[in-house]
Write a protein that binds this ligand. Structure first.
Ligand SMILES: [Zn+2]
Length: 580
């Protein structure tokens, strides 16, 4: 069923059932620009109260795509809800199969009738126009006007805000400190200068037609809060510009819209020196001459970025500080995942620099080769999530300054992805003494065939309970013939175990999941989580499952995730000190 066959069927059906269906010219189709309409017809439809003309439009994806219907009897754009430019209606999802193009068109026309009949003579403020007010506002904004990036919590109370005026965008923040933090993290090095703006909560969203002149805008704002015009006059005249961010809540959520007011400053007046022109002359001049623009406000606040206001754990994770020791392939991915999860503050420690051979599995790329893993990773995460706090330390944790070490132990969680027992053993000993905070140890067996994430949240056991005296897993999931697991390169002592970027994703997944579980209070006991690869992959690499693993695996052959109990090992020298 290709386009031409379907369109031919549709045309025959239209000619047979609708009076005077007329095929649209290529120019008429092209007027629907971005919709890529390939074929269309003008059709007269009997609505409830009158006859109306619509265009039935098929794009080149038809019959897989739904037909579009445009209302052509009068201009309804920004007057009716569910109408896009050129009168194209936003119809409900058309669920008719692509195998029945005629039925697909019939349903689209029937839906269009329902939409138009339901829309005529409605009060716009009580309809979908206000339910979807952001769409209508944003469509009406001149595309040349700078957009506003908002770091504001949309449910905040009305009041003053800090505004930064960039060349291409405007940033609105709670205060100068938040603004500076965000701009610095985004990579800006210039001195941050900002002006005061105004945040206001509307009782109901503005719907078309929108106020255009400054006087109309101010009158509408005065109706919401009588103090706003005075503040606006002060800020806009003193700073020569001002931003108003307006929040409105409807059943579907809270949305933001913006007004930008610039210029209109009286600079010359006979009898006065420029700086001494009285306000009562400046204000009327400003009302007459200032430029007013409606602006799109894009939310860039944490609640929006981390789950579109629906992340119930965010309030908690945003307050958490997590330290990641070891920013290699595993640690770097865990760090980014936790930033995505909305962990408010990250501290990254690693003494190594990135090599080209790391790039295939690391978050960082060739641009960072020869540079500090921890510092470049911190920089990368700050740029990606400028609202978060990320600091890097180019050092092993045990060689860090006393100040940094105290900060590590003051974290809410430490994640140890070092993979080197000399560092981990020391960490465990100090943790036995301090008792807090929880620590996650994560590591992988040969070729990333099994990944481990161990969460130590209390002192009933420790990581040494699970390891042998050389720091290897005492009861590993996999067993290997001697030497089969390591590959060498032409350098002294350089052995490594090859594994791919996909294999490490499972290790990252269990470590990051355990981290969020601990941060949100879902883990009360020490836990040991394992992800093991498929039997097929293990055998191909020349390994085999250990007896300990077979207990969990049974006959299942695919990738397997499970939890092992942790017992206080009687062999552990830390948990069972020898008394003589
Ligand atoms: Zn122990």
């Amino acid at each position: 069923m290709n386009f031409d066959e379907s369109a031919k069927d549709v045309e025959q059906w239209l000619l047979a059932t609708c009076n005077a269906a007329r095929t649209l010219s290529p120019t008429e189709c092209a007027a629907y620009k971005a919709l890529h309409i390939r074929k269309g017809w003008e059709v007269t439809i009997g609505f409830k109260t009158r006859e109306g003309i619509v265009h039935l439009l098929l794009d080149s994806d038809f019959p897989y795509s739904p037909p579009r219907v445009a209302y052509r009897s009068g201009d309804c754009y920004l007057k009716w809800p569910h109408v896009e430019e050129n009168g194209v209606l936003c119809l409900p999802k058309n669920s008719v199969s692509w195998t029945d193009p005629i039925e697909k068109v019939r349903v689209a026309l029937a839906d269009a009738c329902v939409l138009v009949d339901g829309t005529l003579h409605l009060d716009p403020s009580t309809t979908e126009l206000s339910r979807e007010f952001i769409s209508y506002w944003n469509r009406a904004v001149d595309t040349s006007v700078r957009k506003i990036q908002s770091l504001l919590e949309p449910t905040r109370s009305a009041g003053e805000i800090a505004v930064w005026w960039g060349k291409d965008e405007i940033v609105a923040a709670e205060n100068g400190e938040q603004l500076t933090h965000w701009l610095r993290n985004s990579g800006s090095t210039a001195e941050v200068q900002f002006t005061q703006g105004i945040f206001i909560r509307l009782d109901a969203p503005w719907v078309p037609p929108y106020p255009e002149s400054l006087q109309l805008v101010v009158d509408k704002l005065r109706a919401v809060d009588p103090d706003v015009p005075g503040k606006l006059e002060t800020h806009a005249i003193d700073n020569e510009r001002c931003v108003v961010v307006m929040a409105a809540s409807v059943e579907t959520g809270t949305g933001l819209t913006g007004i930008i007011i610039e210029g209109g400053i009286l600079r010359k007046l006979n009898g006065f020196r420029p700086k001494h022109i009285p306000r009562n002359f400046k204000i009327p001049h400003w009302y007459q001459n200032a430029t007013v623009n409606h602006s799109i406000v894009n939310r860039a606040d944490a609640a929006w970025i981390h789950g579109r206001d629906k992340n119930e754990e965010l309030a908690e994770t945003l307050t958490k500080k997590v330290t990641i020791l070891g920013c290699g392939a595993l640690g770097s991915h865990v760090a980014v995942r936790l930033a995505q999860a909305g962990v408010g503050s990250l501290m990254l420690c690693d003494p190594e620099t990135l090599a080209a051979a790391n790039v295939g599995r690391h978050v960082l790329g060739m641009r960072s080769v020869g540079r500090s893993k921890s510092l470049d990773l911190a920089n990368e995460i700050r740029r990606r999530f400028p609202h978060l706090t990320v600091e890097g330390h180019h050092t092993a944790w045990q060689h860090a300054s006393d100040e940094v070490r105290e900060k590590i132990w003051a974290s809410d969680l430490i994640i140890c992805a070092i993979g080197d027992w000399s560092s981990e053993g020391l960490l465990n000993e100090e943790h036995r003494v301090r008792g807090v905070p929880p620590i996650i140890y994560c590591w992988m067996e040969e070729h990333a065939t099994a990944a481990h994430a161990v969460g130590i949240v209390n002192q009933s056991s420790c990581i040494a309970c699970l390891l042998n005296e050389t720091g290897n897993t005492a009861a590993p999931e996999t067993i290997w013939n001697d030497g089969a697991e390591e590959v060498s390169e032409p350098a002294c002592g350089a052995y490594f175990q090859p594994f791919g970027p996909v294999d490490i994703a499972y290790a990252e997944g269990i470590a990051a999941e355990l981290a969020v579980d601990i941060l949100t209070g879902r883990v009360a006991e020490n836990v040991h989580r394992v992800h093991a690869t498929s039997t097929h992959r293990l055998k191909k690499l020349g390994g085999d499952w250990s007896e300990a693993h077979k207990e969990f695996r049974g006959h299942f052959e695919g990738g397997l995730q499970f939890q092992r109990p942790i017992e206080n090992s009687s062999e552990c020298p830390l948990c069972n000190p020898v008394h003589d």
